[in-house]
Design a protein around this ligand. Sequence first.
Ligand SMILES: Cc1cc2nc3c(=O)[nH]c(=O)nc-3n(C[C@H](O)[C@H](O)[C@H](O)COP(=O)(O)O)c2cc1C
Length: 165
Amino acid sequence: MVIIYESKTGFTKKYANMLATKTKLKIFSVKEISKVKQDEDIIFLGWLKAGKIQGLNKIRKYNIKTVCGSGSGRTAEPSSDAIIARNKIEGIPFFYLRGGCFPLKELKGMDKIMLSIFLKMLKNRKEKDERIEEAISNIENGFDGVKEENLGPVLEWLKNQEVGK
Ligand SMILES: Cc1cc2nc3c(=O)[nH]c(=O)nc-3n(C[C@H](O)[C@H](O)[C@H](O)COP(=O)(O)O)c2cc1C
């Protein structure tokens, strides 16, 4: 079993590194996938962009045992079920890991444009509950939601895999 990750701004990479430290498993970025044997079992971690798990399509032909998606919300956006369907990972365990983001003004290119549109949508909502206010503040000011405890369910899943061997 090895850990493969795709991370743009580093939050998913932090989780991948934490997982590697905890499990002693080898860790590779998607760019290094050629170093991994085709039949190797894989724990994949990728960041979420408009509900799509980034990097996943590049490793489809490998033996993916579990998928973790990192996003900025308290829970998976749009929802875990929607992410599973949109990424065609039915039957593979999926775990959501809260990552983080840099302030909008520090982003560049398409990401900045996409997130600006999203921010405008949030601001235009008539009824803003606490979660919406938090999402607006996080996009504008940035935040880091990476916590070791968030890996608990993934570690639990791994433990059960080992027991079942
Ligand atoms: C353009 C864009 C689209 C995003 N779309 C989603 C999304 O659909 N769902 C979600 O939960 N997070 C979304 N996010 C938040 C990122 O997934 C989150 O910041 C992630 O932790 C970044 O990981 P990284 O630092 O490894 O690149 C989006 C961020 C950007 C910049």
